[in-house]
Write a protein that binds this ligand. Structure first.
Ligand code: APR
Length: 234
């Protein structure tokens, strides 16, 4: 009988680290180049839109020089083969999960390859630099901004995430420090609803104590091994 358990997976910057994408809180992390307040808040955008747009333009341009790693590819294989419900929730704004082939995926903190109109709310695929005051093709207002959920703003698709966590049999967290809510609270929600919980991370995180099991090591090693385990008998 194929395994029809429902799985929710949360990924953070650590899953992209081995692809060469900087994490946020590690040594030399992205924020160390900038104070969060200078590049990832609505106030920062209002105060210095040139700096904020330039910061995300640089990160968008860098995507051309990185590739999905074994961890992204393993999750894509799981997505293709898992017979039960599966939802991959990423905090990452890179496009490496998509490029690896994951389909049942959502970006709760937005995406570098998307622009958001601050006037009409439409989200538009975006590949190149996005200067401030770029005109929205939908409403004509010069109000396109990086489609990134700033601190203090509501993450995307929270109802869908909460519903998936309530139905989950297994919650797996990969490559995140557990420093930022609401993502950091997903493990507690999953446990409350009776799910088993597993953490795959390089170092102990702020949420490690909440996980039924924590495995420490690089995602490129731990994730393929875990996916192989799960797919046996699926
Ligand atoms: N394999 C597995 N885990 C790794 C690896 C690796 N190769 N390298 C680093 N890690 C782990 C670190 O131990 C750390 O716990 O990934 C985590 C990265 O933590 P952060 O840099 O805080 O990134 P993240 O948890 O995704 O941040 C959450 O904060 O700044 C905001 O919106 C931003 O989405 C981001 C959110």
């Amino acid at each position: 009988m194929p395994d029809r358990r429902n799985i929710v997976i949360l990924t953070g910057a650590g899953i992209s680290a081995e692809s060469g994408v900087a994490t946020f809180r590690g040594p030399g992390g992205l924020w160390e180049g900038h104070r969060v307040e200078d590049v990832c808040t609505p106030q920062a955008l209002a105060r210095d839109s040139e700096l904020v747009h330039r910061f995300y333009d640089e990160r968008r341009a860098k995507l051309a020089s990185v590739e999905p790693n074994a961890a992204h590819r393993a999750l894509a294989a799981l997505d293709a083969k898992w017979p039960g419900e599966l939802l991959l929730v990423t905090q990452n704004v890179d496009d490496l999960h998509e490029r690896a082939g994951s389909a049942r995926l959502l970006h709760m903190h937005g995406e570098l390859k998307s622009a958001l109109c601050a006037a009409c709310g439409i989200r538009i695929g975006w590949e190149d630099a996005l200067p401030p005051e770029t005109e929205c093709s939908n409403c004509g207002t010069p109000a396109l901004r990086p489609d990134i959920v700033f601190f203090g703003e509501m993450p995307y698709q929270m109802e869908r995430i909460e519903h998936a966590l309530a139905q989950a049999h297994l919650f797996v967290s990969i490559g995140t420090s557990g420093a930022v809510y609401p993502a950091a609270g997903f493990v507690q929600t999953a446990r409350y609803h009776g799910a088993a919980t597993l953490e795959l991370n390089l170092d102990p995180s702020e949420g490690s104590l909440w996980f039924g099991e924590s495995r420490m090591g690089p995602a490129g090693v731990l994730v393929p091994a875990w996916v192989e385990e799960v797919l046996v008998g699926a």
